[in-house]
Design a protein around this ligand. Structure first.
Ligand SMILES: Nc1ncnc2c1ncn2[C@@H]1O[C@H](COP(=O)(O)OP(=O)(O)OP(=O)(O)O)[C@@H](O)[C@H]1O
Ligand SMILES: [Mg+2]
Length: 403
């Protein structure tokens, strides 16, 4: 196992332990969340770990956690509106009297159904946490933030795009942008990883999707973020698509199609993918606005270095940051974040290796990070995006994109 692998696995184990502890203390709701989280982490882990025995073990554990969460859920029943609290002044629309009286049992059932797989908390990422990408930020503001904040401007022919797709190389800020948009626009935010929606362990994917859209409609204005949309929207008939997957896709298509007919309440779907060419045409046509999120340019790279070394004692000048930006051409934001993480650890590692951290009572001085640390690390941590792949994004953007 690589160290990343083993960290992920340990994280899953510790989350599962927390779940079991909460379970035995009778804190069932929290336990459900933790069981589901542990299962999700294991699923992530399985994406990268190819060891058959390890995979079997994980699969077994995932099933156990999901089963336990299901049992707890069915035993709990009862109201759980805390997590998806009703927005003041937004009525249900479909059934006004019920909505005003609180959450109906039918709604409650839907909410129960989507909670766990779908995160609804505001993510608290600010525009300033994202370096560069000025055009992209503007496009996202126009397509998402403004229609929700000022719906009166988007009437008649000036209707908002119901589906927006962010595409581009891995690690360049698509997920970050979606989160910043959600924080900014003050809508009810639903975030679903498409891989989770499809997960055969959680089952009931079609019901989950239809519940998701129903609740989003009830809680409008809403923003539904579907990350890694390619995994649920691959071209039809390709690969090893099962009947279940096809049904999920059809369901999702019809839900997004249905959005266009609800004029009065704003409900937007934001998809993100690093494999836009895998998305089936029918689905692609639902995403009317497609925004290319490219590799960071020079200025953005300098900004990313700054953001990811914030709060750490540093001997770097502004010119040094520009030099780093020059040296990191071809790096994604994630690559740069990895470089920074590595550099930040260097002074601590040095202290550790010289044995200075052994005495816990002794105060230690951690030295500043410097340009040399970065130069050394940049030689070690190489960019992950292959130039040929970049061309593929540019070609696709030219044919299908907008920004
Ligand atoms: N423009 C940026 N400014 C600051 N940090 C960035 C930027 N782009 C990427 N990062 C860093 O890289 C990480 C990965 O970014 P993010 O998850 O948004 O990528 P993504 O485009 O969604 O990638 P993927 O296609 O793999 O899902 C972020 O958590 C952040 O630390
Ligand atoms: Mg992402």
């Amino acid at each position: 196992m690589s160290s990343v692998d083993s960290k992920l696995y340990q994280y899953a184990v510790s989350t599962a332990k927390e779940a079991v502890a909460l379970d035995s203390q009778g804190k069932y709701r929290q336990a459900i969340n933790k069981y589901q989280r542990a299962a999700e982490i294991l699923m992530q882990f399985m994406k990268y770990n190819k060891n058959p025995q390890m995979r079997m073990l994980c699969q077994k554990n995932i099933e156990e956690y999901v089963d336990r969460a299901k049992i707890l859920k069915s035993q709990l029943g009862g109201p759980r509106s805390a997590r998806l609290s009703r927005r003041p002044g937004v009525s249900g629309g479909d059934d006004k009297s019920k909505a005003e009286a609180g959450v109906s049992s039918e709604e409650q059932e839907l909410i129960d159904m989507i909670s766990g797989t779908i995160v609804t908390e505001s993510p608290n990422v600010k525009w300033n946490d994202i370096a560069g990408l000025e055009n992209v930020k503007q496009a996202v503001r126009e397509a998402i933030v403004l229609p929700i904040a000022k719906p009166e401007l988007f009437t008649g022919a000036r209707r908002p795009w119901s589906g927006i797709l962010l595409f581009g190389p891995p690690g360049c800020g698509k997920t970050l942008l979606a989160k910043a948009a959600a924080t900014e626009c003050n809508a009810t935010f639903f975030s679903a990883s498409s891989a989770d929606l499809l997960s055969k362990w959680l089952g009931e994917s079609e019901k989950l999707i239809s519940s998701l859209f129903k609740v989003a409609r009830l809680k409008a204005p809403s923003l539904i973020f579907m990350d890694e949309i390619d995994s649920v929207a691959t071209k039809r008939g390709e690969g090893s698509e099962s009947g279940g997957e096809r049904r999920v896709k059809t369901q999702l298509l019809s839900e997004i199609q249905g959005l266009k007919s609800t004029h009065d309440k704003i409900l937007l779907v934001l998809g993100a993918t690093n494999r836009p060419w895998d998305i089936d045409n029918a689905m692609l046509s639902r995403f009317e606005k497609r925004v290319h999120v490219p590799l960071p340019d020079l200025k953005a790279r300098a900004g990313i270095f700054k953001i990811h070394t914030e709060g750490v004692d540093s001997a770097l000048s502004n010119e040094d940051y520009v030099e780093l930006a020059v040296r990191s051409e071809g790096y994604s934001g994630r690559d740069i974040a990895n470089v920074c993480r590595e550099v930040i650890m260097l002074p601590v590692r040095e202290l550790d290796m010289s044995g200075l951290l052994e005495d816990s009572n002794k105060e230690v001085n951690v030295r500043d990070i410097n340009l040399k640390d970065f130069k050394k690390t940049l030689k070690k941590v190489k960019p992950m995006t292959h130039p040929a792949l970049l061309k593929q994004y540019n070609d696709w953007a030219e044919e299908f994109g907008e920004v």
